[in-house]
Design a binder for this molecule. Structure first.
Ligand code: AMP
Length: 279
């Protein structure tokens, strides 16, 4: 496995391999888990060369404390990627991707102002900026992202469409712990009791889905989810919304095009999850 910290040698290496080889790109912020590895596996199945990037992108953190506390485990990550059969890692320093404070920002209209965007202003602009840089540097055939960050996937779809990036996007399913908790690098920050409480996200999503299938009104389901959170100490629901999977506009009725999205604090750690009505 080749590890690059600089852009030029990475590009030279990739240029030598292409156009014969298809390139799969898996962007990550490191602190890898099996969710990330499922993206690597998908890329390996479908491409001659898999490139994974490890970069904690300051531009997408609206909370400086969250950025500071984000787990960084580069050596362990590289070992996991090596074992997963990833061929190339790009793990640049911040100054390599941002020579100075970025001045370019993105505006996706409503899409980046709702849900995550409402609580994390500027987050998706930062995501779009770093993903654009990575697409330009790696020039992948296909880029792989997780459904775990569903709104992020919709933003990247828009980015690719509007900037005419010549690549395919693939969204892969959420990998979960046995109790349903979606794997996340942030789970590492949970204490043992918090870790147990964190199962509440998936539990309330699945309960909400069952109630909706039974025909319960959206308003009542939201109330039940709110009550679930109020009954547990040390957790705080930030939002629970139903949206249309096409443009994430609020769902007024429930169909198989509806997605349930949630963000909550467990202690100090902010977690997100979602569930498709169709799954
Ligand atoms: P991150 O390192 O959190 O930026 O995530 C890198 C990629 O892995 C993103 O496309 C995420 O959506 C995806 N990902 C994160 N958690 C999971 C999971 N539990 N299952 C599948 N994909 C995931």
């Amino acid at each position: 496995m080749e590890i690059f910290k600089e852009i030029k040698p990475l590009k030279a290496f990739l240029k030598e391999k292409t156009p014969a080889a298809t390139i799969g790109l898996v962007p990550t912020m490191g602190a890898l888990h099996h969710g990330h590895l499922s993206l690597i596996e998908a890329s390996k199945r479908e491409n001659a060369l898999t490139v994974s990037t490890i970069f904690v992108n300051p531009a997408q953190f609206n909370n400086p404390e969250d950025l500071k506390k984000y787990p960084r485990t580069l050596e362990r990550d590289c070992e996991m990627l090596r074992q997963a059969g990833c061929q190339v890692v790009f793990a640049p320093e911040v100054t390599t991707l941002y020579e100075h404070e970025p001045t370019v920002t993105f505006d996706f209209g409503t899409l980046d102002k709702i849900l995550e965007g409402k609580f994390r202003p500027g987050h998706f602009s930062g995501v779009a900026l770093v993903v654009s840089k990575l697409f330009h540097i790696v020039n992948p055939t296909t880029a792989y992202f997780g459904q775990k960050d569903f709104q992020q996937f919709k933003i990247i779809e828009k980015l690719v469409e509007e900037l005419k990036f010549d690549l395919q996007l693939k969204m892969m399913p959420i990998i979960r712990e046995p109790d349903g908790l979606a794997l996340s690098s942030r789970n590492k920050r949970l204490s043992e009791p918090e870790r147990k409480k964190a199962a509440l996200l998936f539990r309330s999503l699945t309960e909400a889905k069952k109630l909706l299938i039974r025909g319960e009104k959206i308003f009542n389901v939201k109330e039940i989810v709110n009550q679930n959170y109020k009954s547990v100490d040390g957790v705080k629901l930030e939002y629970f919304e139903l949206a249309n999977i096409e443009n994430l506009s609020p769902a007024e009725t429930v169909t198989n095009q509806t997605i349930l999205l949630m963000a909550a604090y467990v202690g100090e750690v902010r977690l997100i999850d979602n569930l498709l009505m169709e799954e």
